[in-house]
Design a protein. Structure first.
Length: 278
């Protein structure tokens, strides 16, 4: 068989530029043309497109998103302050709200209070009570057992009635709005009137899905909440904007004037929505 020379000293004319290059530096393109390696151009991928399927439109194991209930936040140590002769209680809560959230409607419930604040008992702050009698799912008047937790409930507010399903173990709490609070002069039993059953209370400007109205037995735990009033500080920045609002505390109405000036509540008190169970 005839052998070919290696071309170590030969030249070859480029099909593209017409310039002579060393034979051994020439390469062949996909068109069959011989060009110098510095002139080589690969075949354009779009000349041979690969088949592409449709984009996937859904996940195999998808399910609807859920609305998450907010969890209670920890307050600083001894967050509650009262002043003699006023019914306002100040609650310390650094970064409670941003400037944009400053005017948002919020009903809050205090839990985990460890100590009284002056003459304000733990029950008065937490607004904890129990049902005095069984109620049906349609009752518009609710009676609560006598005690500080019930008698200090504000008017035009909300309570949550705690209920646990005995079969599933899941919470089936119900939020109830009411208009007025009355206290029996002899027994101390508290009556909530003009109740709307199966509602939800706004928290930091957001109102959650309504709860379900149901019957409840006497002795069921009941917890109240208070409407928040924002108490911002105006801080000079030395830049632009010249001032900003900082929200490190808020106030709540305690109904009756305080008889002392005090700070307290203890460690790891919490604040959250009246119903913190989905």
């Amino acid at each position: 068989m005839t052998r070919f020379a290696k071309g170590s000293r030969a030249l070859m004319i480029s099909y593209r530029s017409g310039v002579a290059f060393p034979y051994r530096e020439m390469v062949q393109e996909w068109t069959g043309a011989w060009v110098h390696k510095s002139e080589f151009e690969p075949k354009q991928p779009q000349l041979e497109p690969q088949p592409v399927g449709a984009d996937p439109q859904g996940l195999q194991h998808a399910y609807p998103a859920r609305t998450e209930f907010p969890t209670p936040d920890f307050l600083p140590n001894n967050p509650f302050s009262i002043t003699n002769g006023t019914k306002i209680m100040t609650v310390s809560f650094p970064d409670y709200s941003t400037e944009a959230q400053g005017g948002e409607l919020s009903y809050v419930r205090f839990q985990g209070v460890k100590s009284a604040v002056g003459a304000r008992s733990i029950e008065q702050i937490e607004l904890s009570s129990t049902l005095n009698a069984d109620i049906s799912a349609t009752a518009t008047s609710i009676t609560l057992s006598a005690g500080d937790g019930a008698s200090w409930l504000p008017s035009n507010s909300y309570v949550v009635i705690e209920k646990i399903n005995s079969e599933t173990g899941r919470y089936e709490n119900e939020v109830v709005s009411y208009v007025s609070v009355s206290i029996h002069i002899d027994t101390g039993i508290v009556t909530l009137s003009n109740c709307v059953r199966g509602t939800a209370a706004p928290f930091r400007g957001e109102t959650f899905p309504n709860t379900t109205a149901s019957s409840h037995l006497a002795g069921a735990k009941v917890f109240g909440c208070r409407l928040v009033s924002i108490d911002p500080d105006t801080v000079v920045t030395g830049a632009q904007p010249a001032t900003i609002q900082q929200y490190n505390r808020f106030t709540v109405d305690m109904i009756q004037n305080s008889t002392s000036t005090a700070t307290g509540g203890g460690f790891q008190c919490t604040i959250g929505p009246v119903n913190d169970r989905a």
